[in-house]
Design a protein around this ligand. Structure first.
Ligand code: PLP
Length: 362
């Protein structure tokens, strides 16, 4: 009699994810710098592989993703049997929460951490625990102090989004060693591809039983629209995640495009170098205008303004000129704007517009 239709507890606490805006009313041509996308898109080889898959759309795709896992393993020097592929790294994050956290369990994310950690935690019925950062940098000691016998997962992005900051590999190893025995450390390495020579935490995964790394094709590889990511972890954990993964979670189009993309190392390198060059240029140009940012290791910078009002006024001004960047008040950074590194002309346009904004204020 008193039965009502209601979702599982925790679900209604989820605030809907706000994607980066893509349109401005009344402005026909916009430059979208709000979602950390590769401004050049995927390389030619990935585009060709994508197009070819039109001939097999009636066939079910591979359910073990063996060819893509082999390609990833070869390129990164990993064990293909410990790789799991998903619809973006978001899906790997979802699998982790679903498989390892439930009612009564705690999942740690940091103050400015990526919003998917909290969403997936609540969707699994578990309790998100937010830990303070220190000057926009992940604080290992604060995480260790916050971990309890209920902690099941700890999510850290390195480099982090939206701060762009990175912590040292020794610090991450110290965290992995110091966590309680039942907790998994998840290293979200979505931006690791932008850091020359950084393995995203793969070596730590090899050494430990409690570390999982997640990666994506959405950023450097320019395939955010196609939804492909992967995880690397200890065999027992990957085995668990494969049990909750739908057998056909990725289409042949996703699998084959990603395989071509990861094998095209020249294109990836070209994009990495161009991003690094323009990131330095934009950060310096804004610093000269009195808009500082932390040293970013990713494909965006987090521009800091005097206060929230100035950040919002600048955002409105940029928007009026067709430049869409990201407000990050939802990430507890109300005085900041996150600006994706676009191509050269976009970076110049942003710098000129912010200069004009600053001058307009006299
Ligand atoms: C963009 C991003 C991802 C990637 O998400 P996908 O689902 O792979 O597109 C993961 N983590 C962080 C911190 C990100 O910014």
């Amino acid at each position: 009699m008193n039965q009502t239709i209601a979702p599982q507890s925790g679900i209604m606490e989820i605030t809907l994810y706000q994607g980066g805006e893509a349109h401005v009313d009344g402005v026909a041509e916009v430059v979208k710098l709000s979602s950390n996308e590769n401004p050049f898109g995927p390389g030619e080889k990935a585009r060709e592989a994508f197009a070819k898959t039109v001939h097999k759309l009636h066939r079910y795709p591979s359910s073990d993703h063996a060819a893509l896992r082999r390609a990833i393993a070869e390129v990164h020097g990993l064990d293909a049997d410990r790789i799991i592929c998903g619809a973006g790294s978001d899906e790997i994050i979802t699998f982790l929460c679903q498989a390892y956290a439930g009612p009564g369990d705690e999942v740690i994310h940091t103050e400015h951490g990526f919003s998917m950690y909290r969403i997936s935690t609540l969707a699994a019925g578990a309790t998100p625990v937010e830990v303070a950062e220190r000057e926009r940098v992940v604080d290992i000691d604060a995480i260790l102090a916050a971990s309890t016998d209920k902690t099941r997962l700890v999510f850290i992005a390195n480099p982090a989004n939206p701060t762009g900051t990175m912590i040292d590999e020794n610090e991450i190893a110290r965290l992995a060693v110091g966590l309680p025995a039942q907790a998994i450390l998840v290293l979200d390495a979505a931006y690791a591809d932008y850091v020359e020579g950084y393995d995203g935490g793969a070596a730590l995964v090899e050494q430990r039983e409690n570390v999982v790394m997640t990666r994506t094709f959405s950023k450097l590889y320019g395939l955010g629209g196609l939804r492909i990511g992967w995880g690397y972890g200890p065999r027992p954990i990957i085995d668990v995640l494969n049990r909750v993964r739908g057998p056909f979670n990725l289409s042949a189009t996703q699998l084959e495009t990603a395989e071509a993309a990861i094998r095209d190392r020249d294109y990836a390198k070209k994009c990495r170098l161009e991003n690094a060059r323009l990131r330095v240029w934009l950060a310096e140009a804004l610093a000269e205008l009195g808009v500082p940012s932390d040293l970013s290791c990713a494909n965006f910078i987090l521009a800091r303004f005097h206060d929230q009002a100035e950040a919002e006024a600048c955002d409105d001004y940029l928007k009026s000129r067709g430049l869409i960047v990201r407000r990050v008040a939802g990430y507890k950074l109300p005085n900041c704007l996150r600006i994706t590194i676009g191509d050269e002309s976009s970076c110049r346009r942003v710098a000129h517009a912010i200069a004009a904004f600053r001058e307009g204020k006299g």
